[in-house]
Design a protein around this ligand. Sequence first.
Ligand code: GTP
Length: 344
Amino acid sequence: MTTATDSNDLTPMTVITGFLGAGKTTFVNYILKEQNEWKICVLENEFGEVSIDDGLVAESLDSPEDIITMDNGCVCCSVRGDLVRTLGQMAKRRKEFDAILLETTGLADPSAIIYTIQTNPKLSDNYFIDSIVCLADAKHLNQHLDEKKPEGAINEALQQVAFADKILLNKTDLVTKEEKDTLKQRLAKINQFATVIETERSRAPLDKILGLNSFNMESILNFDKDFFENQEVSKHQPELVESVGIQFEGELHAQYFNMFMMDLLRERATDMYRTKGLLAFHGQGDVKFVFQGVHEQINFGPAKEPWAAGEKRMNKFVFIGKNLNRKELTDSLMNCLYKEESSE
Ligand SMILES: Nc1nc2c(ncn2[C@@H]2O[C@H](COP(=O)(O)OP(=O)(O)OP(=O)(O)O)[C@@H](O)[C@H]2O)c(=O)[nH]1
């Protein structure tokens, strides 16, 4: 691969979008592991009151300081200023890096991000958009594309597909060939210009993604001819989806926790877009557990790094979805704490 600084003086930025749980962090980790030529800086923006992804990405970086986290809001709206500030500050040392990966939240409207990078001179004088890559969850994307939004609000999932120049049709292991083909036709109707690459675990050939300068403003203007005029009024309403973050110290009772999660997903899988957790279980020594859910689909297992010696067993949970009841979730989780008398 040629580096950006060979071909021009701006630093390439790959913007990674895609709905909640589509496989963005998996993609970032895969890139960090797969390619060794480039020094990459990762900008993480996570929707959720408790940050979990930055820890999971930092495990893949040689220098953990090469990850910059922008929390507490969505990069396309409330922290758009944060993006300008962060990239502005980074401009001084941007030449240390060959590329930047910006992982946006699952509710980000990419058009606002593109607009900011293209029109703010502090950014456009230092960076260029190499590519907008959208992760599409083959199992759940239809549901989010179909979602009815209130008058004037955008459908984030649709915007993410429409503004991409590469779509990774991910999680193909979870659907039939017919389901996959039907979704591909739907994607092509929304965005005829994007290249669609089928993936499992976000494993796309990187020479088809990075360093190709494939971002194309023309196709964006084709989708939205008033793109530059439309941006001042945000039609993005991420508050339609809530996030509940819960943290508390202690060890969980594995069986109680499993029962709680099974009940929750049986009753609420449709509304529960995304669940994440970092957990400590009684009887598991210093093994730290990671919990990842996307609707009814759950992944659960040990984290790469155990609890450090003397580290507090702080359980962290994030629930993202609709109609969430913070008190009920907190009470139910607290009831999963291991107590001596709960052992028998
Ligand atoms: N079965 C299956 N699971 C996958 C695949 N790719 C990713 N996952 C799982 O899907 C879950 C969500 O993946 P992430 O990479 O965290 O998704 P994300 O888009 O970063 O999620 P948010 O940051 O919350 O929006 C994790 O449990 C992944 O292991 C895939 O191809 N097949």
